[in-house]
Write a protein of this length. Structure first.
Lengths: 254, 503
């Protein structure tokens, strides 16, 4: 089953068209990386898919349930209540973590499951401890975000997203606010999640990262998907000129 | 603590003495007088007031001008706060108080000219009032000007037993700052009668149409004279000389006629000065006086505290509501709130207090009850501070990063949860320094309640200062304000530290 079905999405900011007729489907247990130079629209694409931006046209379905369609020529979102239910199917990990600074690590992870999903307090706390263990941060439960390194904060943010038990996870450049040596921490967490068959859509511009973790790579440029396929095909054997230029530039930087 | 207080008072006294010595030196140095400065209450027609053309005019002003013409001095007209008249005089910023100034009961406090007007204290009520004689005043709210001769006639040390009894029968004896305010109180129903000088009463009744009337019963008779600083007989004699000259050549009579006071004047060349060497009344034991003043001020401090606490209690949440309106998606609400904030921040708080108190009567004709005075103070302060707090809240809310809201959306928080769980606590941390500032300002702003004749600490300090001819109460009040703010600052600092558990 396609967990995510995005069709013909378009999005403009004022006169600037950022997304032009983009479609993407993601299978259950699939890990998809979205690559592209800055300004290619990949972040906007992710924000549209997570409802942080409203689309101008197109349709989106999650787990077979339609969230928005444009059958009348303009986008119609489903009712608020339904939309929030669909929102619960996915989680999002931000570039700069966006942890709640006034909450301890534990509260950051537990608050939404307890107060949004109304789940049992003790059960959630138990799960949170498990998640922290998995992230290798069992000793940080009572810390506040400012006391942690960037890599640690990002792992807490991932734990926070996972605590909601999402069916899929979106990542918005999860390593670009981190020092290179901390990137490896996140990469190993993502690899672990992939091994557990978590469905993930990752926006990144780290090529090695994309290659090592994804089943499929989507390359975007100027609001369009220009190339799509396995990491081997797209990264090691690109056919499109723009993909080649981008990859060359990125590799030259390394 | 006690020794500290002692030391502090000694220091204060030293400073005051120094200033006074300095001023005396200046006084004696300026022997060749060129200017003559009279202090007067600019809201006391027909003796001294601001005319429609904006100049200070009146019977006393004309007399002073004539004296100056004869002496070759330049007249300087200095309107003063009536409560501060003694400070003005002893500091040398005015040469005399010449303003329908009642000498009865103040004989030993000033060096007086001989009396020139015979005046009486009368009672003014609304034309349609059912108060016909003094005994009807029982159970009523009566206004007098603070530190006026009417007040002295009712409750002063030299008041007759009858008057003392009468004033005790009042529901309340309300002290007001000036006669305009007294008449506004009377007209709006906040008080039912005013006690005042007959000359002023006649003038006010004439100029305010027939809305008010005077009772036939009089509280007392009294005399007006010019008050100089105690001991300044030299200047007094010069002025008195010029006045007698004017009396003999008829100028005095002419000026009296011009102001319709020919019936009241009583200047006579036969009168003798009442100079006395007895100063016992003003030289109470220092420590006893200090104690008395402190006790009186502590009562006022309670009123100040009440204003402070209630204002914060109402304005802090109200500000949140206003801030919400200010950031509302519905444009008309946003504009309305913007206009409200703009008006509140753009006009004096004192004016806003007056509008809140007198507005209901003058705009809608609603009779005011006396208890409304207190409510008006709290409403006025709360409405004012809510506007300032709203803007502080807004800045605090806008300082919360957009990413926090996005994280909330993705985690499924409702709008209320987002605000109260995530945004509000972060806002509180952001705004504490600005709120501290505002709260400290509020402590000092409470003194503005005097505009509505609400007797908080500063009003009382001014009243004591006026009646005891000393500025000590003002200094003590200052110390109280400082201690109050010191505590406020200390508490706010603790809260700020507490909020430092995260960054």
């Amino acid at each position: 089953m396609n967990l995510l079905e995005v069709k013909n999405i378009s999005k403009s900011f004022d006169d600037l068209q950022v997304l032009k007729d983009i479609s993407l489907s993601v299978n259950e247990k699939e890990v998809v990386s979205i690559l592209g130079p800055s300004g290619s629209g990949k972040s906007t694409f992710l924000r549209c898919m997570t409802f942080l931006e409203k689309i101008d046209g197109g349709s989106m379905s999650f787990c077979g349930e339609e969230a928005v369609n444009s059958e009348n020529g303009y986008p119609v979102y489903v009712h608020k209540k339904k939309l929030r239910q669909i929102q619960g199917y996915f989680g999002l990990v931000f570039q700069n973590f966006n942890l709640f600074p006034h909450y301890s690590v534990m509260k950051n992870i537990c608050d939404a499951p307890i107060h949004v999903q109304k789940r049992n307090k003790d059960e959630v706390a138990e799960e949170a401890k498990e998640l922290l263990k998995k992230m290798g941060l069992s000793d940080k439960a009572d810390y506040y975000p400012y006391q942690l390194s960037g890599g640690q904060q990002q792992r807490i943010a991932i734990a926070r997203a996972l605590a909601m038990k999402p069916k899929m996870l979106f990542f918005d450049e999860p390593t670009s606010a981190l020092d290179p040596e901390l990137t490896a921490e996140i990469l190993s967490v993502l690899k672990g999640l992939a091994a557990e068959k978590m469905t993930m859509i990752i926006v990144t511009h780290e090529i090695d990262f994309a290659r090592s973790v994804s089943d499929r790579v989507v390359f975007m440029d100027k609001g369009l998907i220009v190339e799509e396929g396995s990491p081997k095909d797209v990264i090691d054997n690109p056919k499109n000129e723009r993909t080649k230029t981008f990859l060359k530039k990125m590799q030259a930087e390394l | 603590m006690k020794t500290q207080l002692k030391r502090m008072t000694v220091c204060l006294l030293a400073v005051i003495t120094l200033i006074m010595t300095f001023q005396c030196l200046i006084c004696f140095a300026a022997n060749d007088r060129e200017e003559f400065t009279i202090g007067f209450d600019a809201e006391f027609p027909p003796y001294g007031y601001k005319s429609e053309s904006g100049e200070y005019v009146g019977f006393d002003i004309d007399l002073a001008q004539e004296v100056c013409n004869r002496k070759g001095w330049t007249l300087k007209k200095q309107p003063i706060e009536w409560n501060s008249k003694d400070m003005e005089l002893s500091s040398g910023s005015i040469d005399c108080i010449w303003n329908g100034f009642t000498m009865n009961g103040r004989e030993s406090k000033y060096t007086w000219s001989t009396p020139y007007v015979d005046n009486s204290q009368v009672v003014i009520v609304k034309s349609d009032s059912d108060i016909k004689e003094l005994s009807n005043l029982s159970g009523k709210i009566v206004a007098v000007q603070a530190d006026s001769s009417a007040l002295a006639a009712l409750t002063g040390d030299d008041a007759t037993d009858e008057n003392k009894k009468l004033s005790k029968s009042f529901a309340e004896l309300q002290q007001v700052g000036d006669y305009n305010s007294a008449f506004m109180n009377l007209e709006s129903g906040a008080v039912q009668a005013i006690c005042m000088d007959i000359g002023v009463a006649n003038y006010e009744i004439k100029s305010r149409g027939n809305k008010f009337k005077m009772l036939n019963d009089k509280l007392s008779t009294e005399k007006y004279a010019i008050g100089f600083q105690l001991g300044n007989t030299e200047l007094r004699n010069e002025v008195q000389g010029a006045l007698l000259e004017m009396l003999s050549d008829g100028t005095f009579e002419d000026i009296a006629k011009k102001w319709g006071l020919e019936e009241s004047v009583c200047l006579s060349a036969d009168d003798k000065y009442i100079d006395s060497t007895d100063t016992s009344t003003t030289n109470n034991d220092f420590w006893q006086q200090l104690g008395q003043i402190t006790v009186q001020l502590l009562e006022g401090l309670l009123a100040t505290l009440t204003i402070f606490v209630l204002t914060l209690l109402f304005s802090l949440p109200l500000g949140l509501l206003v801030a919400a309106g200010r950031m509302c998606k519905i444009a008309p609400i946003r504009w309305l709130i913007k206009i409200y904030i703009s008006i509140v921040r753009g006009t004096p708080l004192m004016l806003q207090l007056l509008v809140v108190f007198f507005g209901p009567y003058y705009l809608f004709g609603i009779e005011l009850s006396s208890s409304y005075r207190f409510y008006a103070v709290i409403i006025g302060f709360s409405v004012n501070y809510a506007a300032y707090f709203a803007e502080i809240y807004r800045s605090g809310i806008q300082a919360v990063p957009k990413g926090q809201y996005e994280a909330c959306t993705v985690l499924g928080y409702s709008r209320a949860q987002t605000f109260f769980k995530i945004v509000f606590p972060q806002m509180v941390k952001n705004i504490i320094p600005s709120v501290t500032n505002e709260v400290i300002t509020l402590v000092k702003d409470t003194s503005l309640a005097f505009a509505l004749s609400y007797t908080e600490m500063f009003t009382i300090a001014k009243q004591i200062a006026a009646s005891k001819t000393t500025i000590m109460p003002l200094f003590i009040a200052g110390v109280f304000y400082y201690i109050f703010n010191f505590i406020v600052a200390f508490i706010m600092e603790r809260i700020e530290k507490k909020m430092n558990y995260y960054k």
